[in-house]
Design a protein around this ligand. Structure first.
Ligand SMILES: Nc1ncnc2c1ncn2[C@@H]1O[C@H](COP(=O)(O)OP(=O)(O)OP(=O)(O)O)[C@@H](O)[C@H]1O
Ligand SMILES: [Mg+2]
Length: 260
């Protein structure tokens, strides 16, 4: 493929501090990665985690990232989200090159554009559901109301519950509400159902599906459960630091139909 025409990076390179993003339109390229590698150094030992990733992710799509343990899924997600930096290669977010950005620019990128959901919910135990979400919306530019975000994930009735008063699935949905309340363009989820039984996991996936469909948030979802891939627009398989397969689902399943 022609490098320039295939990359959303084509064109002028604005300073990463210029905040000139146009809102992405469905189908627009949001992330573009070229030749990404990541080598972790553990003393004398080098651990290659990514061995040359080329990838484009487009606005509004829901992508499932599959692959065996150690294949590089979290490393890739963390680089896209500006939590980690590659050893070589380039990553672009719209017209901003993330590679080479300062720590300050990456912090701002994460704060303004990326919602993260992890396997463990990381809620603040002493705050209610509403307060956990509000802690994020207070520093966001154009946030949703915490009540609105919690209603979107089906927790309109749990606003004043503390984490200890909620089930695992409910806590994860609070974490999703917290991630989406700042209206991020991108939602990056690393095994969001990993700690949940499948019935509870489905409810969490339904929340992610609803966010993706109603807000048009580009959603990347890492999972070990191949059954979950059926809800994706595209399924990307990693093995040993390489992308080995990218497949578009001709028909998608609703989250509530999934079994694993
Ligand atoms: N901080 C780190 N320091 C050293 N090596 C690391 C570090 N993070 C990841 N690795 C190594 O990089 C490789 C890829 O790890 P990564 O966490 O991306 O895999 P993964 O696909 O997310 O696996 P899992 O499904 O188990 O979460 C592994 O070999 C791992 O041991
Ligand atoms: Mg991982």
């Amino acid at each position: 493929m022609d490098e320039a025409s295939s990359s959303c990076a084509a064109g002028a390179v604005p300073a990463a501090s210029d905040r000139v993003h146009e809102p992405a339109v469905a189908g627009d390229c949001v992330f573009s990665a070229r030749g990404l590698t990541k080598v972790y150094r553990m003393g004398e030992v080098e651990v290659p985690a990514l061995r040359g990733i080329d990838l484009e992710l487009t606005a509004g799509e829901l992508v499932v990232l599959l692959g065996p343990s150690g294949s590089g899924k979290s490393t890739l997600l963390n680089i896209l989200g500006g939590l980690d930096t590659p050893t070589s290669g380039e990553v672009w977010y719209l017209d901003h090159q993330l590679t080479g950005a300062t720590e300050q620019d990456l912090t701002r990128f994460r704060r303004e554009h990326v919602g993260f959901v992890f396997q463990f919910y990381n809620l603040i135990p002493s705050l209610t559901a509403r307060e956990n979400v509000a802690a994020v919306t207070e520093i966001a530019e154009a946030p949703m109301r915490p009540e609105e975000a919690l209603a979107m994930v089906g927790l309109g009735e749990r606003l004043d519950h503390f984490p200890a008063q909620m089930s695992g699935g409910e806590q994860q949905r609070v974490a999703i509400a917290r991630a989406i309340a700042k209206n991020p363009a991108v939602l990056l989820c690393d095994e969001p159902t990993g700690a949940l039984d499948s019935q509870t996991g489905v409810v969490v996936l339904e929340a992610l599906e609803k966010v993706n469909q109603t807000l048009g948030t580009l959603t990347v979802l890492i999972t070990h459960n191949a059954g979950i891939a059926a809800m994706a627009n595209r399924v990307i398989r990693l093995s040993d630091g390489h992308i080995v397969d990218i497949r578009a689902n001709a028909t998608r399943k609703a989250a509530r139909e999934l079994i694993w």
